[in-house]
Design a protein around this ligand. Structure first.
Ligand code: SF4
Ligand code: SF4
Length: 75
């Protein structure tokens, strides 16, 4: 059976300002804005489609505060 790369995201939710740059730039629609607010009072980004992430890194590059980390995992 062939091995398939998977990508896992880790987001620093508490420092997210909800600017949505990462959401807009994601080609796979992995991210969305939460209805809840964090300690800063901002609606923060949440992961809605982790399995669709292709590891392209656009969200990492776009976040002004580098709040998103991408990890590669192999099946
Ligand atoms: S790495 Fe690419 S596909 Fe994955 S969440 Fe970020 S922008 Fe979307
Ligand atoms: S780009 Fe960064 S600050 Fe903006 S919504 Fe995404 S994680 Fe939050």
């Amino acid at each position: 059976m062939s091995k398939k790369n998977k990508f896992l995201l880790k987001i620093n939710y508490e420092n997210c300002k909800g600017c949505e740059y990462c959401i807009i730039t994601c080609p796979q629609k992995v991210l969305s804005l939460s209805d809840e607010v964090n300690k800063l009072g901002y609606r923060f980004v949440k992961i809605i489609n982790q399995q669709n992430c292709n590891g392209c890194g656009r969200c990492y590059i776009m976040c002004p505060d580098y709040l998103i980390e991408i990890f590669s995992a192999t099946d």
